[in-house]
Design a protein around this ligand. Sequence first.
Ligand code: NA7
Length: 867
Amino acid sequence: MNKPASVPGQFDAVVVGAGFSGLYMLYRLRQLGLSVKVFDSAGDVGGTWYWNRYPGARCDIPTTDYAYSFDPDLEQEWTWSEKYATQPEILDYLRFVTDRHGLRSDIEFSTTVTSARWDEQEERWRITTDARKELRCRYYIMATGCLSVPKSPDIDGASRFAGRVYFTSRWPHEGADFTGQRVAVIGTGSSGIQSIPLIARQASQLTVFQRTANFSIPAHNGPASAERLKQLDEDREGYRHDARWSRGGIPLEPTDILGVTASESVRRERFEAAWAQGELFGILNVFADQGLNPASNDIVAEMIREKIRSIVTDPGAAEALSPKDHYFGTKRPCLDTGYFETFNLPHVRLVDLRKQPIVSVTEEGIDTADESFAFDALVYATGFDAMTGPLVAVDVAGRDGVSLREKWASGPSTYLGLMTAGFPNFFMLTGPGSPSVLSNMTVSIEQHVEWVTGCLKDLREAGFETIEPTALAESGWNQHVQDCAAITLHPTANSWYMGANVPGKPRFFLPYIGGVNAYRQACDDVVSQGYLGFRMTGPGGTRCRDGVIRRMQPDVAMVMELVAAMGLPPVDTLSAADARALMAAMAQTRPPGPEVGEVTDGVITGPGGDLPYRLYRPAGPPEGPRPLVVYFHGGGWVLGDLDSDDPLCRDLCARSGALVVSVNYRHAPEARFPAAALDAFAAVQWVDAHAAELGGIPGQLAVAGWSAGGNVATVACQLARDAGGPYLAGQVLICPVVDSDMTRLSYQENGEGYILTTALMRWFWDHYADPADRGDRRAAPLRGNLPGLPPTCIVAADFDPLRDEGVAYARALEAAGVSVRLARARGHTHTSVTMVGVVISGAPVRAEIAEALRNFFPNAAPQEPPS
Ligand code: NA7
């Protein structure tokens, strides 16, 4: 039983919403011994399952998984009748849970919370309801779901229609009988796709108004999967544990098969298996790269379109029903039962709004640009103001009276999707910035509720009364959420995930796409690091350990994990020969980099012998000479060759439109300092002298290099300046070695665990230069004379031991009057920016490098970035 309010109208916690999340929240808050009041504007429990009663409404996650796991006895006592349960069955389930735990007594139904204001003095929330009730509470928890505020009809004349109007999201309890009626359905999202086949069974005429064709696969509904039931029977706890630590909230082995490299038979086999299985996460896991790589995505998309064409008999309708304007999965795909087949019925018609848009709703029906339609009933299946809509529907004001609506005017901002700065003790369940709608909601809900109650318990035990995120932690999390989305195809779609379905709503990727497992780990890490990024206050004072929980780019973190799993020996424990062999073997497995127009190999005569070079010429126009970039590979003066940096050179060439001449200089320990630097200078002189012959524009020459290649590139610049030529238009230094001082902060922060370690850097130096030579400006160019050097672009990566010497070089160059562009590779390591085709988040940094290169050459033609 709940603890009664000790002071009338004053509760420890107020929860808004009595769906899956609100009910479990109430259950757990009671366990903490807190007094709780739950409000819901509905007449009963159920949340989304109370309102969305349209014909055919079902969950799209198998019900074996779309259920609470916190109560093992409940799991034994409830048996789902189908693979995808109907709305009435899910509602029955929620009622069953409510009654089983006696939750109803603390819920006030048919009551809407209208405002919530933080009272600074009392450190409590003042809650007002539409029944003009006022309450106070310590903790205010929004359990209002992600899809609970219907999008208002944004169609002209919507209120004019004289017949019956239905909203899938607010379906009448008594149901609707369309027998013998002319019915219009507007919208082909999940609600439309589920209801259309059933409405078609009753209606005498059904017209479907489709703005965007949607991907849908057959649900193959029926009894719950025998295999899954067996797994649950055999090891329920193990199964639930795997779900909690899975990517989507359902145990599933992520494939590592790439669509782009799989054979045609493997592609077909995997797709057909997913199609036959009829599960969302299955069809989203045909290929590992389908959410990232357009080419891979298109393989799955085209196979689905093929299926649509094979089902729908009218080729025109089949074409219109085949989605083409978004990548598969970037709008939520649907599971259907006979959806596409419905369009073969003689009384069902599809109107493609892309061809004939709706002009207005009229008294009789709908006018499109070409036709007037008369109907007896209109069904709006037009979706929701997703994720943020329910949260800003309440007039919430935090510190200094700032409202949530104001704070989120240009997009939501949260820490972990759970809290937002300036709104103490205000929790959101499945808020923006949490996996929520991209996951099995029940698993995410349980995680959220348990995190929040764990937090409240910890607060109480430590004597704190308020908790709130810091601005730094919150902006760090927002950045991480957007970083995770940016490497996927998701932001390209006009989806409700992006807020694109609601006119005027800011475009912002709302859910966290990094995975349920990654999210859970982040939440756990926040706690284990003393509630990192939260400020807690109480009578005893304030505690705040400020910081950002995830700073590394998500794909860089993934590569780091993969490399760690390979268990390779540290390079600094190998001989130079073995280290070279290891690097060469690693290079075999990576993608080749973008196509360029032409690649030719040649030889330069250097001071110590022949130096091989490779020339990359961009594809396409303009014909004729191009600016030239002499490039030097990385590898600590010991490793690397023309092949090692080949993908990066292709990328630089394709992006910048310049000719790239990659030169292989002599390596240590065979040729120690200053051989590499002298070779670099000789190469620059040679390329300058042979510019026309190479296809370059004489006098338009720059240098570039990564790591130790950046070192020899900038040394070559210094030597060229001192020698009075060649003239260099600029230098690009990617994570360069510019000093031999290994005591800078970035060495302390990043000297271990990020591939280039302090130990490896020492190994490189030991192979290359005697200690006495390491202060020489040809080894440590930061110590050289800097005025008169060409315009410079320096890339400094956050997790690179060399970061701070790169920054120091940028500052020193600036102080010497050199024009400098410092490109911060946010969330990157020493190597990740160069991993073309592997680390997608490195592409914007390389785009910036290419832009810097083009700016060195004022007459260079602009380039299309490589795909
Ligand atoms: P969705 O998925 O947002 O679908 C809404 C549909 O309504 C979609 O096809 C929209 O087209 C269409 N729509 C919205 N506004 C209009 C106007 N003004 N004119 C024509 N068509 C319009 O909502 P659902 O309720 O179907 O599903 C929501 C989620 O619930 C679902 O993803 C599952 O997670 C469960 P658009 O694509 O915007 O062009």
